[in-house]
Design a protein around this ligand. Structure first.
Ligand SMILES: *Cc1c(COP(=O)(O)O)cnc(C)c1O
Length: 251
């Protein structure tokens, strides 16, 4: 099995190559190391190896790992990359430094409420969030539905009216969009999905110029190079760094 160090170096190399192919500076692309199903010792090893962003998909699992690591690694950033249930919003607000999967106004309001309730000695004022978009329209996927072509203004009103009130919430800070491409053997199959997310981002930036739309979280182990070519600023990698997950709780 590859060591974590050599795996990490290889991944950084691939990220840099993909960025240069697209004429982008490699520093524009940040890595979230997805540690779901892996034990705290592996996260500690990853943080020692220089990883700074940890991705988890379940609040309960992340909370245990956070509790055992937070004192030792207070500067690690914890990203929630899985669906967040409203009844876990409070717990999530105490752990994560970024939510990639904001997928409804009701969830946004619940989070905002819990963050308002937090006492103000906490340094974090606003929680950075990404809006999850279900670009492919697969029923199994969470996220705001993207109706048709993002350049087609006529298809957008319902999405725009979902998003506008989220932008007004004082304790959340929308930074961009996130999507998960359909599973496919060929990474090229994900390209149109990533491209549509980027074009939707451009459209939203025109409609809501007072908000920040810099960030695109897209690309996993099988398709991250294509995602970078299409503008990803966050790639979320598990298997490419840590090998196969030995569990069926993969997704
Ligand atoms: C598991 C997961 C990843 C990482 O998947 P790999 O294929 O192991 O890179 C990325 N994003 C989300 C939302 C995930 O659930």
């Amino acid at each position: 099995m590859q060591t974590l160090q050599s795996g990490l170096a290889a991944v950084h190399e691939r990220i840099a190559h993909a960025a240069r192919r697209a004429g982008r500076p490699p520093e524009e692309v940040a890595l979230v190391a997805v540690t779901k199903t892996h034990p705290p010792e592996l996260i500690a090893a990853a943080l020692e190896a220089g990883i700074t962003h940890i991705g988890e998909n379940k609040v309960q699992e992340a909370a245990q790992k956070f509790d055992s690591l937070h004192n030792r690694y207070p500067h690690a950033h914890w990203h929630l990359i899985g669906h967040l249930q409203r009844n876990k919003a409070k717990q999530a607000a105490g752990i994560f430094t970024k939510l990639h999967t904001l997928d409804s106004l009701r969830l946004a309001e619940a989070l905002n409420r819990h963050l308002e309730g937090q006492n103000d000695t906490l340094p974090r004022q606003r929680l950075p969030v990404l809006l999850q978009i279900n670009v492919s329209g697969e029923q199994s996927k969470e996220g705001f539905l993207l109706p048709g072509d993002p350049d087609n203004q006529a298809a957008l009103p319902s999405l725009l009216s979902d998003i506008e009130p989220i932008l007004a919430l004082p304790r959340l800070e929308v930074r961009g969009l996130m999507t998960i491409a359909p599973l496919a053997p060929d990474p090229e199959a994900a390209r149109p999905v990533f491209r549509r997310l980027r074009r939707l981002r451009d459209t939203l930036a025109r409609h809501f110029p007072h908000a920040t739309w810099d960030e695109l979280s897209m690309g996993m182990s099988d398709d991250f190079e294509v995602a970078i070519e299409e503008g990803a600023t966050w790639v979320r990698l598990g298997r490419a760094l840590f090998g196969a997950r030995h569990t069926n709780a993969n997704r």
